[in-house]
Ligand binder design. Structure first.
Ligand SMILES: Cc1ncc(COP(=O)(O)O)c(C=O)c1O
Length: 408
């Protein structure tokens, strides 16, 4: 049966999560399918940032650490994030980049298993995860073991201290079962670190129910925190007393303003904090998270699956020359769809020229992220329509696309 634009209109009307696009400052007519790279601007963020800069910083100056509650900002942001990943607010903090947070977390995780020598990462992981794991292995004298992405648990044995995985693969959009993989790791006595960059805000994660150990995630994708917004980290309560992260800074001290020479770690997840929090970035992030107010994670997931289902069905029906790389089973699919094509770079660029924004990942993947807060089924229909036109008219072969931009 041929799917029509009217079908898409009907799916939008029946969606469990009506679009909140009006909360976002998206250009009129643009189909933005790149929220899995950089989420759009939430409309209320500029005023909040201006207020923080002018009133809190400009007028309040140093008194704002107390008067404007800057010291509690990271905890407040953590509290807003916590329900999206199924954890208690007190066990989450936010502050450094994802890569730095991964470093601190991998080391802290490995230190929980001092008698073990191996850290396992799968071969198609996001590069930073692999680079940081290699650096940690070198620093701690561990072995880095590369696992098969199809079954990373096959690489587990009694030598493994840490299994570090990204829940949703950044290229293919394939999704791991956090609870099942965590259980397999626990069976051999290893601990898990989950990178939730491509999950949080679009794919439900219940870290508590999954009995997970650690999780790290960025906030500039589906959480729309802004370019380079700080990452979060969660530590299971059962590990917090024994926690030892390697970058001992004064904001992770039990009493920073005691200014003592000796480092005494703060209790709980606060020990993961290192230095002065990025107040402006955290304020922008806190404001951006208001877009999730009143949203049930189950509805986010239902809407996301409905969008990706429609995209896959339309590509199958109308663009059979393109391979859908993303798993079709709901249980194995994140919130993006990856298409494989030898000319994927040109296709992405030609689509962008038509107002349909996705991105390209080397060597041959066109990626399309679906953010249930602002993407609609009609946009999905229009995006595939544009793809059909691009391929039919060879727009992707324009000479301008022969050389690649720095950020693809
Ligand atoms: C899975 C994953 N981990 C980490 C990162 C990035 O880390 P950072 O925020 O330090 O640049 C990304 C960025 O896209 C990612 O997709």
């Amino acid at each position: 049966m041929t799917l029509t634009r009217e079908d898409a209109v009907r799916l939008d009307a029946d969606s469990p999560l009506p679009s909140r696009r009006e909360l976002f400052d998206l250009p009129d007519g643009m189909v933005y399918l790149c929220g899995n790279s950089l989420g759009p601007l939430v409309r209320s963020v500029p005023d909040r940032v201006a207020d923080v800069v002018r009133r809190e910083w400009g007028a309040g100056l140093v008194s704002s650490w107390n008067a404007a509650g800057w010291t509690h900002l990271a905890a407040r942001v953590g509290a807003r994030l916590a329900p999206l990943v199924g954890v208690e607010a007190a066990d989450v903090t936010v502050g450094d980049s994802t890569s730095v947070t991964l470093f601190k977390t991998f080391v802290a995780a490995a230190r929980l298993r001092p008698d073990r020598r191996v850290i396992v990462v799968e071969r198609s992981t996001f590069p930073t995860d692999g680079y940081v794991a290699a650096g940690v292995a070198r620093t701690l004298g561990l072995e880095l073991r590369w696992a098969d992405p199809a079954d990373p648990t096959a690489s587990l044995d009694e030598d493994v201290a840490v299994l570090a995985l990204t829940q949703v693969d950044f290229r293919s959009g394939a999704l791991y079962d956090v609870a099942a993989v965590t259980a397999a790791a626990h069976e051999v006595g290893a601990v898990t670190v989950w990178d939730l960059c491509h999950s949080t805000g679009a794919v439900p994660v219940d870290l508590t129910a999954a009995d997970a150990d650690f999780a790290v995630g960025c906030t500039y994708k589906y959480l729309n925190g802004g370019p380079g917004s700080p990452a979060f980290v969660w530590v299971a309560p059962r590990h917090q007393d024994a926690l030892e992260q390697p970058v001992q800074g004064w904001w992770g001290h039990a009493d920073p303003f005691a200014m003592s020479l000796e480092f005494t770690p703060a209790a709980g997840v606060q020990q993961m904090v290192v230095g002065t929090p990025p107040v402006i970035a955290l304020s922008a992030l806190e404001e951006s998270l208001t877009a999730f107010e009143g949203v049930a994670v189950a509805d986010l997931r239902a809407a996301s699956l409905s969008l990706t289902d429609l995209f896959v069905a339309l590509v199958d029906e109308r663009v059979p020359s393109v391979e859908v790389v993303t798993p079709r089973e709901h249980a194995r699919r994140g919130s993006q769809v990856a298409l494989r094509h030898d000319e994927a770079y040109g296709i992405v660029q030609a689509l962008i020229a038509r107002g349909v924004v996705g991105d390209f990942r080397s060597p041959d993947i066109a990626r399309f992220g679906f953010a249930p807060l602002y993407n609609t089924h009609v946009e999905v229909f229009d995006a595939v329509d544009a793809l059909v036109t691009v391929l039919a008219s060879d727009e992707h072969r324009a000479p301008a696309y022969a050389s690649r931009l720095a950020v693809t």
